[in-house]
Design a protein around this ligand. Structure first.
Ligand code: SAH
Length: 465
């Protein structure tokens, strides 16, 4: 981020603009919305500028820029549409100590003016650091459409009511009050006329004060394989509401970035074979925060109901009499099959799909090997990297063909995705050679669509965000 966005208080501050043509007019229309004291310096100002000067909306100095003209100015705009004159005026303004912007000259400007969506006091600034003005315009058009025209009025009236709303307890009750106001009671009252909004706020506050404090609630949420685009909308909303997010190791930073800014984020990372937070410590954490009245989101990689110890955590929460909900997520096998470009089931090939673990609490996990070894059977093996040799041995002992295709997908649906096509006979040697470091799913019985036509590994990685 070369340019850091801030909102500058221009109330009563001096802003000087040099130039009198179309570029000057465009900037002035924006600047006239502020509470700055505006001065325009132009040898030949457009009639609009003369008119604004006559209305005392700005001061006009009808000559070329001279030394000292930008003294005490917070901001200076050079808008002559003439590179030489702009450079001369900018140098004078810099000498006067002003922050300088030259219209359409990013390189020589100390600041840039973003595209603005104005619902004063709600202001959205959009900048692309000059990379894609078209994109900025498209985003602005989209927001202009989406943000109701009355939003500014609601925010202004709401701002004056903030002190009154402080009677509500800090945290969720207050947030819920403002949500109800901005998205429900406020717009409804405004539709009847701005005069109704204040009364609506008062009614809403009375109702909110009368409401009993919120019961504790825990949401078990699936974060999917790692790409934020693979989160469900429900998961996003849960992250938006969370007071506390307790996540496991598989949840990517990009997803945690989506949590409400004020939320407390706790890493309860459980490394497969490494150091980990004990399960009872995690459940104790969930309980402690929930009984404190926090909205707890227990965020788990993939789907919380697949090898996520979900039942153990639910039982504790249930025993404590705390309400809970479950938000499913995209499990690693789905993401891996999608990356592979294959289907997990297929008419005439496999009417069953097995999801198994390579190891369980007791060590390498035993399975119904004869079923897994059948031709055409498809099995997604989780936590299977270290168990590969064991899996291979058991399956072949039960008659599996060593030529059975196997696809290992590492980091499915997240940056660093890698695909390792192999077969059962070569599985453990190939895994040793590949030295995978990320989470991986072994898809037994599935080959990439056409091994020869597979994109090379680097391309697969590039395709990811
Ligand atoms: N609840 C998770 C699974 C947790 S068990 C889910 O539904 O996906 C942890 C195992 O899941 C890892 O050892 C690995 O086998 C698999 N896994 C999780 N995320 C993965 C990913 N992005 N890519 C490949 N495998 C993944």
């Amino acid at each position: 981020m070369q340019h850091f966005p801030i909102f500058l208080d221009l109330q009563g501050r001096r802003v000087v603009l040099a130039g009198g043509g179309n570029a000057a007019l465009a900037k002035l229309r924006l600047l006239l919305k502020t509470e700055a004291r505006l001065t325009v310096i132009a040898a030949d100002p457009a009639p609009e500028i003369r008119a604004w000067a006559a209305e005392h909306r700005l001061a006009l100095i009808a000559r070329a820029m001279a030394p000292g003209d930008a003294l005490c100015a917070a901001l200076f705009y050079a808008a002559h549409e003439d590179a030489t004159e702009d450079a001369r005026a900018a140098a004078l303004a810099r000498a006067d100590g002003a922050l300088v912007n030259i219209v359409d000259n990013l390189e020589d400007s100390a600041f840039i003016t973003p595209a603005i969506v104005d619902r004063d006091p709600v202001t959205v600034a959009i900048g692309t650091e000059g990379a894609a003005p078209v994109l900025a315009r498209a985003i602005k058009a989209d927001l202009e459409e989406r943000l109701p025209a009355g939003l500014g009025t609601l925010a202004r009236i709401g701002k004056a009511f903030r002190a009154a709303a402080e009677r509500l307890p800090f945290g969720e009750p207050r947030r819920r009050f403002w949500r109800d106001y901005y998205f429900d009671a406020g717009p409804r009252a405004l539709a009847k006329g701005a005069a109704h909004v204040q009364a609506a706020l008062e009614t809403l506050l009375d109702r909110s004060l009368a409401r009993t404090p919120r019961a504790p609630f825990v949401e078990f949420v699936g974060a999917g394989p790692g790409d934020p685009d693979l989160l469900t909308l429900k998961a996003r909303k849960a992250l938006d509401r969370a007071d506390v997010v307790i996540h496991d190791r598989l949840v990517s930073p990009a997803i945690l970035d989506l949590a409400r800014r004020e939320a407390t984020i706790i890493d309860a990372g459980k490394e497969g074979f490494g150091p980990s937070m004990a399960q009872q410590d995690i459940t104790a954490l969930i309980l402690a925060h929930a009984t404190d009245g926090a909205h707890v989101v227990r965020l788990k990689g993939g789907d919380p109901g697949v090898f996520g110890r979900l039942d153990e955590e639910i039982e504790t929460v249930e025993d404590a009499g705390i309400a809970y909900g479950i938000v499913p997520g995209i499990t690693a096998a789905s993401a891996a099959a999608a990356s592979l470009g294959r289907s997990l089931t297929r008419r005439g090939r496999n009417g069953a799909l097995r999801i198994v673990t390579g190891h369980d609490a007791r060590g390498f996990a035993e399975q119904d090997w004869a079923a897994l070894a059948k031709p055409g059977a498809i099995t997604a093996i989780y936590m299977g990297k270290r168990a590969a040799r064991f899996l291979q041995g058991r399956l072949m002992m039960h008659g599996a063909d060593p030529a059975t295709p196997v696809s290992v997908v590492e980091n499915a649906g997240r940056p660093g995705e890698r695909l390792l096509p192999t077969n059962l006979g070569a599985l453990s040697a190939d895994l040793d050679d590949a030295q995978l470091t990320g989470p991986a799913v072994i898809l037994l019985g599935l080959a990439p669509p056409e091994a020869a036509a597979l994109p090379a590994l680097p391309q697969l990685e590039e395709a990811l965000p």
